[in-house]
Design a protein around this ligand. Structure first.
Ligand SMILES: Nc1ncnc2c1ncn2[C@@H]1O[C@H](COP(=O)(O)OP(=O)(O)OP(=O)(O)O)[C@@H](O)[C@H]1O
Ligand SMILES: [Mg+2]
Length: 266
């Protein structure tokens, strides 16, 4: 019975399955034999000292790295059961399933409303001809989901670049939602925010969990502890430990993890 339910869920409840992933920038190997199973609907944090490969791994999941001609990858990453490096896979389809948020909010220099609709219209031609009221609804829904509606509802036609950093980062998350991605990848999404903005974005992640699978890179141990359910610790291009967050912070299985969590390096 369980097996059937698991099967319907795809990959036995896994959102991202990475097998034997190795990655080189030219001659430099940045990732070594990464094997990871990231569960559907959870928030998983990715921690480790600067240069350990967190961003590189995150970028492998939506194939941004390959824009660089000198990057070589071996191994497989399956997102919801589809091998994204398979030759038959369309990059646009991969990107549609996976939304990405960066360290610095990067809204387009157009209105708040148009920012929310931009990706949505890009991903399906016919949508441009949608009725205005339908689009209004999409905009409102996305902004409500990121807890931004009340503060920007009177500024929908103002330029997004005029919003506060916290508002901009929430908007960058909001604009992913109408495309209906399954997975949200966030590379230190709070690093440009003050403590209040950080708290607001963390609360938002918690709202989105369940509906989306979220992978968040953070340097902030307190944030990893507060805002994630599972945690992956990386060191020098390798995964050292992947465990339940509470467990990892209380009883890390590896000495290296304990050293990092206790602030002995990085
Ligand atoms: N575009 C690139 N070309 C060459 N080497 C790179 C490139 N990007 C990253 N690297 C190298 O790959 C390794 C991993 O980098 P990465 O940015 O993934 O680390 P990180 O864990 O995200 O670090 P940080 O916490 O500082 O963001 C580092 O040694 C880095 O210098
Ligand atoms: Mg990084």
């Amino acid at each position: 019975m369980n097996e059937i339910a698991d099967d319907q869920n795809g990959q036995n409840g896994l959102a991202i399955r990475t097998r034997a992933l190795n990655l080189w920038y030219g001659d430099f190997q940045a990732l070594y034999d990464i094997n990871l199973e990231i569960k559907k609907g959870l928030i998983t944090s990715l921690i480790g000292p600067s240069g350990c490969g967190k961003t590189t791994y995150l970028r492998s999941i939506n194939r941004i790295n390959e824009r660089l001609g000198y990057v070589r990858t071996e191994g497989t990453i399956a997102v919801l059961d589809h091998d994204i490096y398979d030759q038959g896979v369309e990059l646009a389809q991969v990107r549609k399933q996976i939304g990405m948020v960066f360290q610095r909010p990067n809204p387009l220099p157009i209105s708040v409303r148009d920012n929310v609709l931009f990706g949505f219209e890009l991903h399906a031609e016919g949508r441009k001809r949608m009725h205005r009221s339908e689009k209004d609804e999409i905009v409102e829904q996305a902004l409500r989901q990121v807890l931004l509606w009340d503060s920007v509802k009177d500024r929908l036609n103002k330029k997004a670049t005029g919003l506060s950093l916290e508002e901009q980062q929430k908007l960058c998350i909001a604009r992913l939602l109408p495309v209906k991605p399954q997975v949200l990848l966030m590379d230190e999404p709070c690093s440009a925010l003050d403590p209040k903005g950080t708290k607001a974005v963390e609360e938002l992640l918690w709202e989105l969990r369940g509906e989306y699978t979220i992978v968040i890179v953070t340097h902030n141990m307190a944030q990893a502890r507060r805002a994630s359910e599972e945690c992956i610790f990386m060191l020098m291009g390798e995964v050292i430990e992947h465990a339940d967050t509470a467990e990892m912070f209380v009883t890390p299985a590896k000495k290296e993890t304990a050293n990092y969590i206790e602030g002995r390096y990085g």
